[in-house]
Design a protein around this ligand. Structure first.
Ligand code: SAH
Length: 339
């Protein structure tokens, strides 16, 4: 539903460098909106980074095709299922399969893995595999997939072209529209702090999320990655990132929003800060250790050398100390109830 209470100017006034709204007030409002539209619980999503194969060359991303310093892997159906079993054992009711975008990752591997995960119980499956054939999306939906995460990255067409050689925003949006119409709960989102991005671009990112009626929004800070053209670029400003999360919460209301791993890498208490700014989802990694160290989207990613168990223990402590209750539900889109 279109937001009739606020305008693009309001969003701009919340995230402008010289905003008159103190961050603490903005975050407080965001928490109230979250409580009203999503409840006061945190949803966990078990992330399995199934492959770092990628044929794209996004300027910011460590998985880019031209990066020859990664050893490339594709997890087998058995490895994916084993990781998903661990997710289920933790009582987490969503598995996210994420990868680079590559034809080497077969549609059948994904289909088989979805079927195997669905046999583990009432577990929602989110896919985040980049742009694929529409027939693949149909196949996976039939196999039981529930959600698809495909970030628009930036709503600025010209910037999009610069960041993604050979790709276009229009193409990305075609995929997002198709996913939505096919029946996926869809997620999108942006990166804060890429070179060339303006405040107006970020305002337009939030408006685009509204126009797409996105169910999930991921707002992550840019983090430099070695072996990319942006390796020497400064990381995003943490306060700006948090203000954009809060602005997105206040404006978009009933969306699921993660406190991302990138935010937790930028700030030692990034997950906590993200939740305090209006996020309501955390995506702990269940990628097997030997692959985790090769899924290097950006540098210094947290928990790289830790088993899921250890990461989750520290996460439990953080959430407990903040007084958040972890939901035992699947956490489908709040928009589903309205649709
Ligand atoms: N290939 C998939 C998703 C894989 S990466 C796709 O195209 O959708 C998941 C997300 O990581 C991307 O959507 C992007 O927003 C984010 N990302 C990539 N490089 C990053 C960087 N250097 N800093 C912050 N986020 C980054």
């Amino acid at each position: 539903m279109k937001n009739e209470d606020y305008s693009a100017d309001d969003i701009r006034s919340w995230i402008d460098d010289d905003s008159s709204v103190p961050s603490a007030d903005l975050f407080e409002t965001a928490r109230q909106v979250r409580k009203q539209h999503c409840g006061d619980v945190v949803y966990l999503r078990g992330l399995i980074e199934i492959s770092n194969q990628c044929s794209c060359n996004c300027l910011y991303c460590g998985l880019r095709h031209s990066n020859e310093n990664l050893s490339r892997y594709i997890m087998s159906r058995e490895e994916i299922t084993d990781a998903a079993k661990l997710v289920a054992e933790y009582g987490i009711k969503t598995v996210v399969m994420q990868s680079g975008e590559s034809p080497l990752i077969s549609a059948e591997l994904i289909e088989d893995s979805i079927c195997a995960i669905k046999e583990l119980g009432d577990i929602a499956v989110t896919l985040s595999l980049g742009e694929r054939n529409f027939a693949d999306y149909d196949l996976w939906l039939k196999a039981g997939a529930d959600r698809y995460l495909l970030k628009h990255e930036t709503a600025n067409k010209i910037l999009y072209r610069k960041l993604h050689p050979g790709a276009s925003l229009d193409e990305r949006l075609d995929h997002l529209h198709y996913l939505k119409s096919a029946g996926y709960q869809t997620g999108t989102g942006n990166i804060i702090g890429v070179p060339g991005q303006t405040t107006d671009d970020i305002v337009n990112d939030i408006l685009l999320c509204e126009a797409l009626e996105a169910d999930m929004i991921s707002i992550s800070p840019f983090m430099p990655s070695g072996n990319t053209p942006f390796s020497k670029v400064q990381p995003a400003d943490a306060d700006l990132t948090l203000r954009v999360i809060a602005a997105a919460r206040i404006y978009l209301r009933d969306v699921h929003m993660p406190a991302t791993t990138a935010l937790a890498t930028l700030l030692p208490d990034g997950r906590e800060a993200g939740l305090k700014a209006g996020a309501n989802v955390i995506m702990p990694s269940f990628t097997p250790l030997q692959y985790k160290t090769e899924y290097l989207i950006y540098d210094n990613k947290i928990c790289l050398n830790e088993e899921a168990r250890r990461c989750l223990t520290s996460l439990d402590l953080t959430l407990g100390s903040l007084g958040y209750h972890v939901s035992g539900e699947r956490g489908d889109s709040p928009k589903l109830a309205i649709r």
